[in-house]
Design a protein around this ligand. Structure first.
Ligand code: BGC
Length: 792
């Protein structure tokens, strides 16, 4: 490949503008004769190919979704996952893998939580860094996504995340900061949503001022698919590439903006140079060494290390082969093992619990118990299950969330399992109390059944090899060592953002600020079902000799871990730190370090974890900078976020001027929840106005929105006669031609909230044409005429 300067010099202005837009759905415009191919991600390869005139996805290994692999708390394993994914990418000629996804799990109902690691930014950042290092070590790039504050699926293309600077820095950007600094991702995907008034793809503060100038990101910013509407604003903000390459009109708009002096050509040059850098990186020699069996073995190992044992009363588990067992649940036959949407893999292999138990020669009676596609309880199935359960030494019931209620594209309506499964669990518990519940779900569920179960195994969405690991754990061949990477609240009512989460189409106030997940439950003594970091094993592991010392600019926590059992164990040791005498409202404690350690029977290990002093800072809203407060910092050596049995206090004298309490933020010291708009506005430091227009009623009754824009959603167009006439048939056509019930349902939920501009991805529709359509709806005939005349 010729050198970068030569390539750059060969481009004229038009070619540079062309480079800004992809060539097709998954391909970038070629440079020096070479194209770049990208593909989803993140937990397997989803490469689309055309076969016999039909679009298909290649067969690939389906790894556990991030919700599960995060529970391994194992950075080395994440690196291996990255390496293995890269090898599979190379075998399919993929240059950039679209992942990992590291959005913070703000609320358990987000339909896409399964694709993200955690509610904790430190854990997310560390796991993502290792994954990225793994992928990129094989000369394949990643696209770290979705930057940023994309915490819901509802109206994701138009919703504005309104957040204070402190929560933004400490919670929502922290994982990106860690990943950028530690692993240098080749690309980052800018999210669909807006952040504080600006689309993430057009947000200069996010892309340039924070990611590039503060965090040191040097790679390419890519728009999420269809997220960019204004290419010139995108360029100004620091975006380099619009994807997919289906929209028409960006190139002309960029050229016009240069010609009329709105932007300098240098801005485009910078993006071109970054794209050339990416081409150079992907040109590096790659070794083809992919082996399916090796990859499947890794997928199995990740399951083994990640599945979380939540309850095991009187050591009911592990089960013994001679015991009489009933196995119940439709999910044993048709498992829920991955999430829906852009991360959905066409798996090369999928295990299921029923076949696996047979293969392992375990004797059991089976009953379906419920129909996974139907929420209504079926008496006949319940009766069969009770019959199977009676008199058995243990009853394994496999339950979970059907794909119809949890996916990319929409959020869940509640945190409950379907009624069919809840009834089944209640009824089966009446005939047998030795209940072992195995869960297959992408996010926490309420567990009214927990009291009736003697054992609960959270297996989340485990991909190709999930069932083999579940059976190995149930029968003790694997000692479970996963720990929850998110809190399980007792009920949805307890979730800090529940009062306003997904209540408005056009904006999402992040009123709870830094109190996300355990930071809220722990700080305000709210009981949870299972805390962040929690998980059991079959061995007894204890900690001792805990002390903390300052060494240079960091604190070192020394401790011993001992396995007091006759079986090998793996232990996740967590170090949390919180200030006990702070003037600033802060979480009681936060995860600052962790490690996973393997211990032979009876083995004792001396270990240490370190925390940099700068990682104890908070982001001061008043001073708009990171500050280290003087005071007493408590270091907890813990088994989970609410374990306070071992701690050491350390006095820190930073010499920084103390900051006074702000009386306007009193609510954030007590968090009795009813956070008023005024209180939130004070935290934001600016006015925060509700968008009255976003409250839509369906039907013709609603007054027409004053002015339509390409940002207006289809639901709003429906409310005019012309809109109904044009868009109803279009929506009907899209729904009617969808490939299955699942896609049909997703579209039904999502279409009303699609902004008009998303149609730029439809064949034959350019940005100018969509501007023309809007002009028609606004009765702006002058504009219509202008569009017709220019015909771009
Ligand atoms: C998703 C991205 C994905 C892209 C390409 C978008 O809808 O938000 O995560 O990488 O599609 O499939």
């Amino acid at each position: 490949m010729p050198c970068k300067d030569t390539i750059f010099k060969d481009f004229n202005r038009k070619q540079k503008a062309q480079l800004f837009v992809g060539k097709s759905s998954w391909e970038l415009e070629p440079i020096a004769g070479k194209s770049i191919f990208v593909s989803d991600g993140p937990h397997g390869i989803r490469k689309e190919v055309w076969k016999n005139g039909q679009k298909q996805t290649v067969k690939a290994v389906c790894y556990p979704a991030a919700v599960l692999s995060a529970c391994s708390f194992d950075v080395d394993l994440m690196k291996e996952l990255g390496e293995e994914l890269a090898k599979e990418c190379i075998s399919h000629k993929i240059d950039v893998l679209l992942g990992p996804g590291i959005n913070i799990k703000r609320n358990p109902l987000c339909g896409r939580n399964f694709e993200y690691f955690s509610e904790d930014p430190y854990l997310s950042g560390k796991l993502a860094s290792a994954y990225i290092q793994g992928v990129q070590s094989k000369n394949v790039g990643v696209s770290l996504k979705h930057y940023a504050l994309n915490s819901q699926e509802y109206a994701r293309l138009v919703n504005d995340s309104i957040v204070d600077d402190r929560a933004m820095r400490e919670i929502y950007l922290k994982a990106f900061e860690i990943a950028i600094k530690e692993s240098d991702p080749w690309t980052i995907m800018a999210a669909y949503n807006k952040v504080n008034g600006y689309h993430a793809t057009e947000n200069k503060e996010l892309l340039t001022e924070i990611a590039r100038e503060e965090f040191g990101f040097e790679g390419v910013f890519i728009s999420d698919w269809g997220a960019l509407w204004k290419p010139v604003e995108g360029l100004k903000a620091g975006l380099d590439l619009e994807m997919p390459g289906l929209s028409k009109g960006s190139e002309t708009r960029i050229l016009e903006a240069i010609e009329n002096g709105e932007i300098k050509e240098e801005l485009l040059n910078q993006s071109t140079r970054r794209l050339i850098d990416l081409y150079e990186k992907t040109e590096q020699p790659k070794k083809a060494e992919f082996d399916f069996y090796h990859a499947l073995a890794l997928a199995k190992r990740i399951n083994d290390e990640s599945i979380v044992l939540l309850k095991n009363e009187d050591d009911l588990l592990p089960l013994q082969k001679e015991q009489k067992i009933a196995l119940i649940g439709d999910f044993c036959l048709c498992p829920r093992y991955q999430g829906g949407g852009s991360s959905q893999i066409n798996p090369i292999y999928v295990s299921d619990i029923y076949s696996e138990m047979k293969r392992q020669k375990i004797d059991f009676s089976f009953a379906k118990g419920y129909d996974s596609e139907d929420a209504k309880p079926k008496e006949e199935l319940i009766e069969q299950a009770k019959k199977a359960a009676k008199g058995k030494d243990a009853v394994i019931v496999v339950c979970g969330l059907p794909r119809m209620i949890e996916s990319e594209g929409f959020d869940r309506e509640d945190m409950k399992l379907p009624q069919s499964q809840l009834r089944l669990l209640e009824e089966v518990a009446k005939v047998n109390s030795n209940l072992v519940i195995v869960l297959q779900n992408g996010a926490p569920v309420e567990m009214p059944f927990a009291k009736n179960a003697r054992a609960i195994l959270e297996s989340y969405l485990g991909g190709s090899m999930h069932a083999i690991s579940v059976c190995d754990i149930l029968y003790g061949r694997v000692n479970p060592s996963g720990r929850l990477a998110e809190s399980f609240p007792l009920s949805y009512e307890d979730v800090p953002s529940q009062d306003y989460y997904c209540k408005e189409r056009y904006q999402s106030p992040y009123k709870e600020s830094v109190y996300v997940g355990y930071r809220y439950y722990d700080s305000f003594d709210k009981k949870v079902l299972f805390p962040f970091g929690y998980g059991l094993g079959y061995a007894k592991v204890e900690y001792s000799d805990f002390k903390v010392e300052k060494v240079g600019e960091e604190y070192r926590a020394y401790f011993c871990v001992t396995n007091h059992s006759a079986i090998p164990a793996k232990e996740v040791v967590q170090l949390y730190v919180g200030q006990t005498d702070s003037n600033i409202f802060k979480a009681k404690k936060e995860l600052k370090a962790f490690t996973k350690v393997a211990l032979q029977p009876g083995e004792k290990k001396m270990l240490h974890l370190q925390v940099k002093e700068e990682d104890l800072r908070y982001y001061s809203l008043k001073r708009q900078s990171w500050q280290l407060e003087n005071g007493n910092y408590r270091f907890y050596l813990a088994k989970h976020a609410m374990d306070e049995s071992r701690y050491v206090d350390v006095q820190i004298n930073s010499g920084q001027e103390p900051e006074d309490k702000n009386p306007e933020w009193a609510i954030y010291y007590s968090m009795h929840r009813n956070i008023k708009d005024k209180e939130f506005a004070s935290l934001l430091g600016r006015k925060w106005k509700k968008d009255a227009d976003s409250k839509t009623k369906s039907g013709f009754g609603r007054k027409q929105r004053k002015t339509f824009t390409t940002e207006s959603v289809i639901d709003e167009f429906f409310e005019t006669f012309l809109g109904w006439l044009v868009f109803k048939p279009l929506a009907f056509y899209m729904i009617a031609t969808s490939k299955d019930d699942f896609e049909r349902q997703t579209l039904k939920k999502a279409i009303p909230d699609f902004p008009l501009r998303i149609l730029q991805m439809s064949p034959g529709l350019s940005k100018d044409m969509l501007d023309g359509i809007v002009a028609v709806f606004n009765g702006d005939w002058k504009k219509v005429w202008k569009v017709l005349r220019t015909k771009k």
